[in-house]
Each structure stands twice: as structure tokens, then as C-alpha cells.
Design a protein around this ligand. Structure first.
Ligand SMILES: [Zn+2]
Length: 108
């Protein structure tokens, strides 16, 4: 999976379940026609805005010549760095508001 897609998925989960939201919001996003695609559209907009913001940041800016995929990868790296690594396999973790942090590799 490319980094831009991964970042879009991060933002989609963010949109689907707002801060303070919970299971009901997650279910709502899945069963309501249009709600998930609405979240995805917003997530795509956010992803593009985040990449642009990094590329157009003030000098010194090492990201100016980077591709979208490289910049998305750098944003994800920072997010994952804050999140810490899986204690079992050392892999990257992602955040779900329903079950906390989970590992991409061993799903724990
Ligand atoms: Zn793991």
C-alpha cells in the first residue's frame, strides 16, 4: 500500500469517529449510506492539505522537492514515532478509538 493511501485511511478513521465518540459513531459510519464515503472525501482533502502544508513550509525546507508519497511517508513516520512500536514484534502500530493501539503486523 502506498503512503498516501495509508495517510488517507488514518484520516478516514479520524473523521468517522470524532474525539469523544465511540462504538456508535463507528457503526453509524458503516451502516449509514454515504457517511463513510463522506468521511473518505474529507480524509482525501485533509491528506492533500497536509502534504501541501509540509511541502510549502518555510525554509529551510528539505521536503520541497519530495514526491507526495515521500512526504506522506514522513508524516506517517512522525505519527508512528509518537505512537510507539508493538511490544511483541516491534512493528508499526495504528490507533483505533474502539480498541486502542493495534499492530499492523500481528494485529495485537
Ligand atoms: Zn506486532
Amino acid at each position: 500500500m502506498d503512503n498516501v493511501k495509508r495517510l488517507q485511511i488514518e484520516f478516514t478513521a479520524w473523521e468517522a469517529i470524532p474525539d469523544g465518540g465511540g462504538l456508535a459513531d463507528g457503526i453509524d459510519a458503516i451502516i449509514c449510506p454515504g457517511r463513510l464515503s463522506d468521511c473518505l472525501k474529507k480524509a482525501v482533502t485533509r491528506t492533500n492539505a497536509a502534504i501541501l502544508a509540509v511541502r510549502n513550509a518555510g525554509e529551510p525546507n528539505p521536503f520541497r522537492e519530495w514526491t507526495d508519497d515521500q512526504i506522506a511517508g514522513e508524516i506517517l513516520r512522525k505519527v508512528w514515532e509518537k505512537r510507539g512500536r508493538c511490544q511483541k514484534c516491534g512493528g508499526q502500530r495504528y490507533h483505533t478509538r474502539l480498541s486502542g493501539y493495534k499492530c499492523f503486523t500481528c494485529d495485537r
